[in-house]
Design a protein around this ligand. Sequence first.
Ligand SMILES: *[C@@H]1O[C@H](CO)[C@@H](O)[C@H](O)[C@H]1NC(C)=O
Ligand SMILES: *[C@@H]1O[C@H](CO)[C@@H](O)[C@H](O)[C@H]1NC(C)=O
Length: 158
Amino acid sequence: MFPRRRRSPNSTSFFTIRSVVKTLLLCTLVAHPNFTTAFNDTPVPFGSVFATDDPLTVGPNLTSGVIGNAQGLWASTGQDVLSLVVYWDFGFTQGKFNGSSFSVFSREPVTQPEHELAVVGGRGEFRMAKGFAKVKTYFADFSTADSILEFSVTLIHC
Ligand SMILES: *[C@@H]1O[C@H](CO)[C@@H](O)[C@H](O)[C@H]1NC(C)=O
Ligand SMILES: *[C@@H]1O[C@H](CO)[C@@H](O)[C@H](O)[C@H]1NC(C)=O
């Protein structure tokens, strides 16, 4: 269900977004090292940095409805195991969260089909947000760097 919001007795909002799915469709390589590095034979060699603008949809299929976009940067930062550090701003374009966004800044162990990311802040309805995102890989192709990820986000905010 999206979204669900509950007032706690001390009037701090507790916020849960379920089944937000991020579809990685657009990503552009903006920088990469000029020397041989780990994962050189993959689209995401160590040291490469990508800019992304990915649709946020309610289900895994793009036809399920686009409710926003996740814009940001991610860098390939693992030398031994493929891993990323991501900065993503999840912005909404529908309903009461239209114009609001929350920010993820976290290490992302992408090879683990289920992992967790830190939510470190937000704008608009998500001011002062703190929380975490549980991420499940619905689909991933590391040879093309395409993926469909399911996000379950829990936030506390003002
Ligand atoms: C999305 O829905 C369309 C139309 O129902 C279907 O053809 C396509 O296979 C679906 N894609 C995924 C990734 O489920
Ligand atoms: C979202 O907000 C923008 C800017 O205020 C507005 O132009 C747009 O019509 C809004 N969209 C919806 C679906 O409310």
